[in-house]
Design a protein around this ligand. Structure first.
Ligand code: SAH
Length: 397
């Protein structure tokens, strides 16, 4: 099988040889064979030597996403099937855990499937096709997932901004099997949660925090806890089940807070013993400070403040402000769980931001743990861009 090809500028083959899966437009010398956007192409070095095979989209800054470095590996139905099989197999331990029914099945580039995300919510698989190159293989991919997992339903939540960069409109809807229920119940470490896959944020739930949430109960006994940016209350539910005396959920989305209340009840907790504050966490925490309120445990899980590298300065200010408030609200000996899901903010920078915030708050803090995206959101060593969620557990004096 031979495909049209992309010739790189001299020297620009280096990252390909190091198995980085992205080729930026600036690295491309010329394209031969008139491939349509989305089509599979060969990648060659300036001297014509074969390097890799991937899909092209000249509409995107990332002109080629590499699918294989093996000259003998064609891109066909069997290719997608093999890659999906490997991704699913690497989640085998998770899939056997009766206490957890929701996790990520495919984490895009880091699973050798650039542009594809698939999350499992029990009998429902939710997919995101993020690139044009992948759109062309929808049926093969859906067949593979259906075959490997036999879910009751496969639902699409490709309503994400990155598709715009690919020249693609958002797409949402049922793809295979039954219409998913408006809300379905999942288990995470034995905790029960309602998930709305059709309308919830992301594909319905922040699965990437699963392993971090599991670390929370160690700090919960009798605690007054603040769950900042709570969404549907996952952290707070763990805390309440782990013995926290009272959880204060802070979230801008009223509907998400409503689900948080129901999630507490679903886990045998009494919502009326907890507090639900609908509002901007920056303002709400400032208000708490003015009232002299304090907490034993604060979780901060804000949305991505830095969508791109250009936003880093502004985002750093946001992270500093909110963490400064948290440091001020914690009682001596209190615990801060603070995370950032901005890929553009490195773990190192995040630690520096927290350092600055503690200093300005006049508090001493110790790092007692490091937080990261769960193992079902792997990071290929060749693709450090796959790291996005990082955080610290600090004890504050
Ligand atoms: N901790 C949650 C996930 C949080 S995602 C979990 O474990 O499931 C970030 C949340 O912050 C979103 O639900 C979003 O609606 C909310 N949010 C965004 N900006 C906010 C703000 N300024 N104040 C409070 N909540 C905000």
């Amino acid at each position: 099988m031979s495909y049209p090809y992309v010739i790189l500028k001299s020297g620009r083959e280096r990252s390909v040889l190091r198995r980085h899966p992205w080729i930026f437009s600036g690295a491309v010398a010329r394209v031969e064979g008139q491939p349509a956007n989305g089509e599979v192409v060969e990648v060659r070095d300036a001297g014509g030597g074969w390097l890799a095979r991937g899909y092209i989209n000249r509409h995107s800054q990332i002109t080629v996403r590499i699918l294989t470095w093996d000259p003998d590996e064609g891109i066909d139905r069997a290719f997608w099937r093999r890659r999906l099989e490997q991704a699913v197999a690497s989640r085998a331990t998770l899939s056997r855990d009766p206490g957890t029914t929701a996790y990520r099945l495919v984490h895009a580039e880091s699973d050798g499937l650039p542009g594809l995300v698939a999350d499992r919510y029990g009998e429902c698989v939710v997919v995101q096709f993020l690139t044009l190159g992948l759109e062309r293989w929808r049926e093969e991919i859906l067949d593979g997932l259906a075959d490997l997992l036999a879910p009751q339903t496969i639902f699409e939540r490709s309503d994400v901004e990155v598709r715009e960069k690919e020249g693609l409109p958002p797409r949402v809807g049922r793809l295979r099997g039954e219409e998913p229920p408006q809300r379905l119940e999942i288990l995470e470490h034995g905790h029960r949660f309602w998930v709305e896959v059709q309308t919830g944020q992301k594909t319905g739930f922040y699965l990437d925090q699963r392993e971090n949430r599991a670390r929370l109960p160690a700090f919960c006994a009798e605690a007054e806890m603040l769950d900042g940016f709570s969404y549907t209350g996952a952290f707070g539910v763990y805390a309440a089940c782990g013995g926290a005396a009272r959880v204060t959920f802070v979230e801008t989305s009223g509907p998400a807070l409503g689900v948080a209340r129901q999630n507490l009840a679903l886990n045998g907790q009494r919502p009326e013993e907890h507090e639900f504050v609908e509002g901007n966490a920056f303002q709400v925490l400032r208000g708490f400070r003015a009232e002299g309120r304090t907490f034993d445990l604060i979780v901060l899980d804000p949305p991505k403040f830095a969508p791109t590298a250009r936003d880093v300065r502004r985002a750093a200010r946001g992270y500093k402000d909110i963490n400064l408030l948290a440091f001020q609200l914690l009682r001596p000996g209190g615990i801060l769980f603070s995370t950032s899901c901005s890929g553009a903010i490195s773990a190192d920078l995040f630690q520096k931001i927290l350092f600055g915030a503690a200093l300005d708050a006049g508090r001493e803090a110790q790092i007692i743990g490091y937080l990261h995206q769960g193992s079902d959101h792997p990071v290929a060593l060749t693709f450090p861009e796959g790291t996005y969620l990082k955080g610290l557990i600090c004890r504050v004096w």
